[in-house]
Structures are given as structure tokens and as C-alpha cells.
Design a protein around this ligand. Structure first.
Ligand SMILES: Cc1ncc(COP(=O)(O)O)c(C=O)c1O
Length: 401
């Protein structure tokens, strides 16, 4: 039975606000959330301000926008006003924080797990050049990471613990609170990548007890690329001095003084000119997610990911998503043979999804998807498998986006 009527599923009332849903079966919000129509108005405002006010746009709106939009997103992670600033991407937001951490011979270690997003792993491993020693905790099953193993890896030599809140491959929700607690006891900082979390699962930085939380609007916040955000516990933030810095972090940027005097607040984590059009584009999605409320989004997400797991299980397909809904984020990856080619075939049929090696075909329903769309995606996979239609999409390299 589906719940595909706004009287049974009130979140479906938001569907008409997302034009692509009228044309495609859009199941890829873990990668790029659907754009809300309202984003076009916001981008128009960007142009109009630029066209009408020229350089005065900076004083009208643009100069403070990285912090103003931070205030808009802050409630989605349980942060307060003035505590969040926007950054161009999640990797760079990590780099800003890393640049403020000294890896000493007494405390050289970064503890991370092998399931972290590769871009962050690359960056963390590069810290070896700054004296860091990287401890990579393995996953036993390629789906989960045992929080106990991470906890046991944290010791008096640990400077930093870096985890994803929700793993990009399997949607496993890390026990960030347990890890952060151990880190705190041992005097280490915890930096959490919440890109696959914010907008689809409830996040409360205070309850998690983490020091740094980073997210972005591209995926579950339907905000497009170029709009990531950074929260640093304000008590810690004042003590951090990022080497990756710039004039926006200066207490008096327009005095153009040769020496940096850092602002005491979250602006100290800014650097150069923000990506202003991206910030305009990102606003509509944040507003819609806040209007709906993450609790309602999460309830629907659990229902629909459970449905997908049941459908896949009925077909006998293995899934790299946790069975326990409490530990499962918004994505179900179906790990069938020829998954890459099948994902490509699906996209050609306007069933938009992606494929990741070791994970499978990732299907990520969001608040705007119908149950029927899930059933149709599963039926399409079955059809592509049985007819061998995937062979037409067989190529030598790479994953699809
Ligand atoms: C968990 C996670 N972290 C980081 C990234 C990459 O972020 P960015 O390209 O903004 O640096 C992704 C992208 O898919 C992701 O899923």
C-alpha cells in the first residue's frame, strides 16, 4: 500500500515546488537535492541587486551573507545565532579548522575511520606533512563502523577525531556522541562531517557534544553547490587561530592593515570573498526544510527507506544500508551485479540515482518523493536486469554522478 496522497502524506504537498519532479523519478537527494522553484527568484534577487546597486550590493547584503545565511541554517543543527558561517565546500571548511590545529610530538594523532568521505581522508592524510600521525579505524563489513573501535583508538596522543555523521556509502549513522565523549575525556577535538545528515536526520550539536560540525546545502537541503557551512563550539572557537585565513576574518577588514587581528566570533573562520550567488541559491531549500521540520522529514525517510529495503529483500538483492532504522540515514544502496550499468540505464529512463563502488545503486528518497516512485525504481531495476538492457550502458571507466 502506498501513502501517495497529501491527505495521507502531507509532505507531498511540497512536490509542486520542485519542477524536476514533474519530469523525473528523482531519487538522488544524497548527491544533489532537487532545486526548488523559489531558488530562481532568489537568484533573480542576486542579479537585480547587482544590476541596480552595483558595488553597493556589498553593504546592502553581500558582505554579511556568509554569516546571515549561517543564522538561517543554525537551527537545523541546534546551533545559536552568530555561530555558523558559510564556506565554499565541505573539504575547505575542514581545511580551515585543520589549519588551526598544531600536531605536536606529544599529541600528533588524527583518528579517522576508513568509511569517511575520500576527499576528507585525502586532506587528513596530507596533515602528515605538518607532523600528524593518521590512525585509520577499519570497517568490519563495509557498511558500519564500530564506535567502540574508534573510541579505543582515541588516546592521550590524539589531537583530533574526524568522522562522518552519516557515512556516504552506506548511510550508517555514526555514534558521534559516544566518540565525542571519549575524545573530550582524552583532550582531543571532534570534527564531524554532517553533509549526509543535515536536512534528513535531526542534528543537535549540543547533544552530540562535538567541537566542530560541518555540513552543506547541496544534498538534503536542496540548495545547490558552493554552499557548505561550519559550526565551531564558540567556547573553543575563540581559541582557534586558523592559518587558512583572510581579510574577512579581520576585526577591521576595511582598514586594510598589514597584520591580522582576528575577530572573536565565527567570522574568524572566514577567509576570502564568499560565493555569493551560491548563497542566494541555497536559501530557498533551507527555508523549505525548516518549514516542514526535520522530524517529519526523518519519519518519512525511515518509512520510505524501510520500504526500499523490503522491496529489495523481496527481489533477493543485497543492500548496503543498515537494517536498524535508528542507525540508517536517508539512502539505500542496492548492491546488485552490473550496478554501474544499471544505474546508467535507470538514468536514461529518468529514474535518477547514482552508483558507488562497494555500495551499489544509491536510492535516496526525500520528503518530496512518492512511494510509487520507489516501487517504479525497483521494477525498473528488475526489468533492466531481466532484459539485459544494462549492456548498452557498459563502458570502461568510472562511476556515474
Ligand atoms: C560526507 C561527505 N563529505 C564531503 C563531501 C564532499 O564535499 P565537498 O565537495 O563540499 O568538499 C561529500 C560529497 O558527496 C560527502 O558525501
Amino acid at each position: 500500500m502506498t501513502l501517495d496522497h497529501p491527505s495521507a502524506d502531507p509532505l507531498l504537498a511540497y512536490r509542486p515546488r520542485f519542477p524536476i519532479l514533474a519530469r523525473t523519478n528523482y531519487l538522488i537527494s544524497n548527491s544533489l537535492g532537487a532545486v526548488p522553484e523559489a531558488a530562481a527568484q532568489r537568484l533573480r534577487e542576486y542579479y537585480d541587486l547587482w544590476a541596480g546597486r552595483g558595488v553597493r550590493a556589498w553593504e546592502d547584503a553581500w558582505w554579511t551573507m556568509a554569516a546571515d545565511l549561517g543564522d538561517k541554517v543554525a537551527p537545523l543543527i541546534g546551533a545559536g545565532p552568530g555561530e555558523v558561517v558559510f564556506q565554499p565546500c565541505v573539504t575547505l571548511a575542514h581545511a580551515v579548522v585543520l589549519s588551526a590545529i598544531r600536531f605536536t610530538t606529544r599529541r600528533p594523532r588524527i583518528v579517522v575511520d576508513e568509511m569517511h568521505f575520500p576527499s576528507i581522508l585525502y586532506l587528513l592524510k596530507e596533515q602528515a606533512a605538518r607532523g600528524a600521525e593518521i590512525v585509520v579505524v577499519p570497517s568490519e563489513d563495509g557498511i558500519t563502523v564500530d564506535a567502540g573501535r574508534v573510541v579505543r583508538a582515541i588516546d592521550d596522543r590524539t589531537a583530533l577525531v574526524a568522522i562522518s555523521h552519516v557515512l556516504f556509502k552506506s548511510a550508517f549513522i555514526h555514534d558521534a556522541a559516544a566518540i565525542a565523549e571519549r575524545a573530550r575525556v582524552k583532550g582531543a577535538l571532534t570534527i564531524v562531517d554532517g553533509y549526509q545528515a543535515v536536512g534528513v536526520i535531526p542534528v543537535d550539536v549540543g547533544a552530540l557534544g562535538v567541537d566542530v560540525y560541518i555540513g552543506g546545502c547541496l544534498k538534503w537541503l536542496c540548495g545547490g553547490p558552493g554552499a557548505a557551512f561550519l559550526w565551531v563550539d564558540p567556547a573553543l572557537g575563540r581559541a582557534l587561530e586558523p592559518a587558512l585565513t583572510g581579510w574577512m576574518a579581520h576585526a577591521r577588514p576595511f582598514a586594510f592593515e598589514p597584520e591580522l587581528e582576528r575577530r572573536p566570533d565565527a567570522w574568524r573562520f572566514l577567509h576570502g570573498t564568499p560565493n555569493i550567488p551560491a548563497l542566494y541559491a541555497a536559501r530557498a531549500g533551507i527555508e523549505i526544510v525548516r518549514e516542514i521540520g526535520v522530524a517529519a522529514i526523518r519519519a518519512k525517510s525511515i518509512r520510505q527507506t524501510t520500504r526500499l529495503l523490503e522491496l529489495a529483500s523481496a527481489e533477493g538483492w543485497p543492500c548496503t544500508a543498515p537494517a536498524d532504522p535508528e542507525r540508517r540515514g536517508g539512502t539505500v544502496a542496492i548492491n546488485v551485479e552490473n550496478g554501474l550499468e544499471i544505474a546508467r540505464s535507470l538514468k536514461a529512463l529518468d529514474v535518477v540515482c547514482d552508483f558507488r563502488p562497494g555500495a551499489g545503486i544509491r536510492l535516496s528518497p526525500h520528503f518530496y518523493n512518492t512511494d510509487q516512485e520507489l516501487d517504479a525504481a525497483v521494477a525498473a531495476i528488475r526489468e533492466i536486469q531481466s532484459t539485459g538492457a544494462w549492456r548498452a550502458f557498459s563502458t570502461r571507466h568510472g562511476a556515474v554522478t
